[in-house]
Design a protein around this ligand. Structure first.
Ligand code: CO8
Length: 256
């Protein structure tokens, strides 16, 4: 698994830490596979009753997809995306409850992964956003489907159309985050929450999660979203947005 994702366990609590702090924990393909592997491993271990997903360092939870890898990837289609980005579905389907513990930037695919987890807690210095629109693409890892379900359609559209970042308090007000705590107690409070969940009947917890998820009828929406994402990603604006980020300049959009 390398050390880009650190997997550890303490008692009944499993922990998955994305460990690419120099890239603000942006996820490349290897990171995503390691996250999937960790969720599957913990999800099939009856000793593990709650999982914490977090990012290494004090600056970022996960700053989204690794844009350098994105820039190097060829044309995308929805099948390729499903194969490479199914970690959100794995998180949502994992029988064990997952808490996303956010300290710092929670952006793009990072926010989409957090939204696929069951609870989100954040330090007061965290910032959330779906900045894909700034890159000429869209939140293609479930964002267009999960954000409206958490925050409501109006707020979701506002965030996805402006690409603006919001702080943790606003994210809590929007319904994206369950709890906001000072950074110095984030760890301790999250562990308390995880222990509380771990102390309940795992059999029932799994079914609470499954029943809640099954009501969402996400599949059609996710497939539609993948198709639209691939169109954006393969478009000149999509290439321009990612290239501009890597070249540290403003993008020139609307190129056809
Ligand atoms: N990918 C790759 N590298 C990144 C990323 C990223 N997403 N974010 C930051 N980095 C790197 C920077 O390039 C920089 O590297 P270096 O030091 O080598 O120049 C380092 O991390 C530190 O970043 P900054 O210097 O930019 O730090 P700042 O504090 O100035 O800014 C920001 C922090 C605001 C977070 C800024 O880095 C930023 O805007 N990052 C990009 C965030 C972003 O746009 N995320 C969304 C990506 S798209 C996505 O996630 C789509 C998901 C859906 C996929 C669907 C299926 C295919």
């Amino acid at each position: 698994m390398g050390n880009e994702v650190i997997v550890s366990q303490e008692g009944h609590i499993g922990r998955v830490t994305v460990n690419r702090p120099k890239q603000l924990n942006a996820m490349n393909s290897a990171t995503r596979s390691a996250i999937v592997e960790a969720f599957e491993q913990f999800g099939s271990d009856p000793e593990v009753r709650a999982i914490i997903l977090t990012g290494a360092g004090e600056k970022s939870f996960i700053a989204g997809a690794d844009l350098a890898e994105f820039a190097a990837s060829g044309e995308l289609d929805s099948v390729k995306m499903r194969n490479e980005w199914h970690m959100t579905e794995v998180a949502a389907a994992c029988p064990t409850p997952i808490i996303a513990m956010v300290d710092g930037f929670c952006l793009g695919g990072g926010m989409e992964l957090a939204m696929a987890c069951d609870l989100r807690v954040a330090s007061d210095r965290s910032r959330f956003g779906q900045p894909e629109i700034n890159l000429g693409i869209l939140p293609g890892a479930g964002g267009t489907q999960r954000l409206p379900r958490l925050a409501g359609e109006g707020r979701a559209l506002e965030l996805m159309l402006t690409g603006r970042m919001i702080d943790a308090v606003e994210a809590e007000r929007y319904g994206i985050v369950n709890f906001v705590w000072p950074a110095d107690v984030l760890e301790e409070r999250t562990l308390e929450l995880a222990e509380q969940i771990a102390s309940k009947a795992a059999f029932a917890a799994e079914r609470v999660k499954r029943a809640t998820r099954s009501g969402l009828a996400l599949e059609e929406g996710l497939q539609h979203e993948r198709e639209l994402f691939a169109e954006c990603f393969n478009s000149p604006d999509g290439k321009e947005g990612v290239a501009a980020f890597l070249e540290k300049r403003k993008p020139r959009f609307n190129r056809s």
